[in-house]
Design a protein around this ligand. Structure first.
Ligand SMILES: NC(=O)c1ccc[n+]([C@@H]2O[C@H](COP(=O)([O-])OP(=O)(O)OC[C@H]3O[C@@H](n4cnc5c(N)ncnc54)[C@H](OP(=O)(O)O)[C@@H]3O)[C@@H](O)[C@H]2O)c1
Length: 291
């Protein structure tokens, strides 16, 4: 199976790129846009004719994976056009490439399509996005299934894991905890989700692609925690840390974009089809990091 991953320099795409490269039945090409990582090739999904773009025809992929989007939720709220370009138009453009090569399409969705009134959610729960990022992610997901009937969407939330830039919440906090400096963080106690290791997303994607599954699958861990609890789990693993935490409500934080509060995803569908799959959790991830 020949797999082309757009956004392989990012957190989710990078883990897929690494995991798929280790599989004997997969040939993988991964792209970067502004940040080159090991073995990635350049591609701009917003300019399909750019001369620097990797020559997709030379690879002729069976599967296209789109790991690109504008993921900075508060920035999206104030930069609606840019969010639309980077999330919706980039999906439209990569769908065109999939069509050209008759390739299967894998999209990465989010629990932000829900309003967070009664999470965690199953795949068929009613959507009601609360902010610009979420509306664009939902619009792109709907377009995927409209144009590629065999497509897959893996819905995820609160991703952590190994990444070159260490920009995810868990990695940043882990690095703060390792430093000798004192830090004080205000974190919401009322935003709940199911944080997931990007490597588990890659492992699940491999199984779903190999079995030619289609439709929406929730991919989450066994953790269901709020931001304060998540941070505490990370800091518990670093006894000498100098970080103090202050719980605060989302209302008090007053971010530009509304947040679903009781979010998160239920993986019953995926686990009923893959009962032997073991999702990792934060403690397991930190333990293998060698804390
Ligand atoms: N992280 C989460 O907690 C989370 C939660 C729910 C859903 N998701 C979804 O998961 C997907 C991946 O998220 P992530 O956290 O892995 O994001 P990320 O680390 O920010 O990675 C985004 C990737 O997209 C690439 N990209 C950006 N603009 C591009 C362009 N014009 N052309 C081609 N590639 C471009 C980036 O390339 P460069 O870095 O090289 O510029 C990067 O490789 C997104 O669809 C996101 O909405 C993420």
């Amino acid at each position: 199976m020949k797999v082309l991953i757009f956004g392989a320099s990012g957190l989710v795409g990078g883990n897929m790129f690494k995991h798929f490269s280790q599989q004997s039945d997969m040939e993988v090409v991964g792209t970067h846009f502004s940040f080159e990582t090991e073995k990635t090739v350049p591609f701009n999904t917003l300019d399909l004719k750019a001369k620097t773009n990797f020559d997709v025809a030379s690879f002729s992929p069976d599967v296209i994976i789109n790991c690109g989007a504008l993921t900075w939720v508060d920035y999206c709220e104030e930069n609606i056009d840019e969010s639309y370009q980077k999330t919706v138009v980039s999906t439209i453009n990569t769908l065109k490439i999939a069509e050209q090569f008759n390739a299967k399409y894998l999209y990465i969705g989010t629990d932000y399509v829900f309003d967070g009134k009664n999470g965690p959610y199953t795949e068929d729960a009613e959507v009601n996005p609360l902010n610009v990022y979420a509306r664009h992610k939902l619009e792109a997901e709907n377009l995927v299934f409209k144009h590629n009937e065999n497509a897959l969407s893996l819905r995820i939330t609160n991703v952590y894991g190994d990444e070159t830039r260490d920009k995810n919440f868990v990695s940043r906090l882990y690095n703060l905890g390792q430093s000798d400096e004192k830090h004080h963080l205000k974190l919401p106690y009322d935003q709940y989700a199911t944080p997931v290791n990007a490597l588990d997303i890659a492992k699940a994607a491999y199984l779903l692609l190999t079995d030619n599954k289609k439709g929406i699958y929730n991919i989450a861990s066994t953790d269901f925690v709020n931001r304060m609890q998540l941070a505490q789990l990370v800091l518990n693993a670093i006894p000498e840390h100098q970080v103090t935490l202050e719980p605060i409500s989302t209302k008090e934080l007053n971010p530009p974009a509304n947040r679903p509060l009781t979010g998160g995803l239920i993986t019953a569908k995926f686990l009923s089809e893959y009962p032997d799959f073991q999702f990792s959790n934060i403690q397991g991830y930190l333990a293998q990091k060698g804390v």
